[in-house]
Design a protein around this ligand. Structure first.
Ligand SMILES: C[S@@+](CC[C@H](N)C(=O)[O-])C[C@H]1O[C@@H](n2cnc3c(N)ncnc32)[C@H](O)[C@@H]1O
Length: 205
């Protein structure tokens, strides 16, 4: 992924910068248990929605990173179908290497910006977007909601996490302090180093 190309819109430049950031500092978190089909199936049933059995659900995850959430689901529910979408090429490569290593036939991970991802005629019983909505531009948020509207099966469930006040205010304050510490850094590596030493200083206060 090189520098900005002629003809790129401002939104494309932002999306590519975003993808590059996650390529340089891959997001390597753990599965989100509350998005598991077993749990969301119960939530659906408790709200009067009848989904197919969890073992046969069709699941789409937007912003799936290296598919650390989808891989265990696909492993344990071999008859369910899973599709992950993420904008960062290196995250998707890592996901696909793991999928191949495990021989998972029911999980596909594609590299795409949600702004451009087209689900075609496919519909999903569950659409998951965890750790995405609060970090993307308004247009991309609108697109996530439009994808849910278009691609959710009847009675399907969309799980969209977002940062909510007042609890988010605590993390937001720390985030602002760290952004100040990183201001003026010339590379992501330097930014990270400054933030780490800033956190270490804060931890001693
Ligand atoms: C904070 S991480 C969250 C990863 C994972 N869902 C989790 O909760 O652990 C955000 C992920 O969304 C992806 N992402 C950000 N903007 C995107 C976009 N416009 N289209 C697709 N993926 C995007 C990033 O590459 C990154 O992997």
């Amino acid at each position: 992924m090189g520098g900005p190309q002629a003809g790129w819109t401002a939104a494309t430049v932002r999306a590519v910068a975003h993808a590059r950031a996650y390529d340089q500092l891959p997001y390597d978190d753990r599965p989100v248990a509350e998005t598991h089909p077993d749990r969301l199936w119960v939530v659906a049933r408790a709200n009067g929605l009848v989904l197919p059995e969890p073992s046969r659900l069709r699941v789409l995850e937007l912003g799936c990173a290296n598919a650390v959430n989808l891989i265990p689901m696909a492993f344990h529910l071999p008859e369910a179908q899973f599709l992950g979408v993420d904008i960062a090429p290196s995250q998707v490569s890592r996901a696909n290497a793991r999928v191949a290593e495990l021989g998972l036939q029911n999980l596909t991970v594609v590299c795409a910006d949600v702004m451009e991802f087209e689900p075609g005629e496919d519909t999903y019983d569950l659409i998951i977007a965890h750790g995405l909505f609060s970090w993307i531009p308004d247009a991309a948020r609108d697109r996530v909601l439009a994808l849910c509207r278009r691609a959710l099966a009847p009675h399907g469930i969309a799980y969209i996490s977002y940062n909510a006040m007042p609890a988010w205010g605590i993390r937001q304050a720390i985030g602002r302090a760290l952004q100040e510490m990183a201001r003026g850094a010339s590379s992501d590596e330097e930014r990270l180093a400054r933030v780490r030493s800033g956190l270490a200083r804060l931890a001693k206060v």
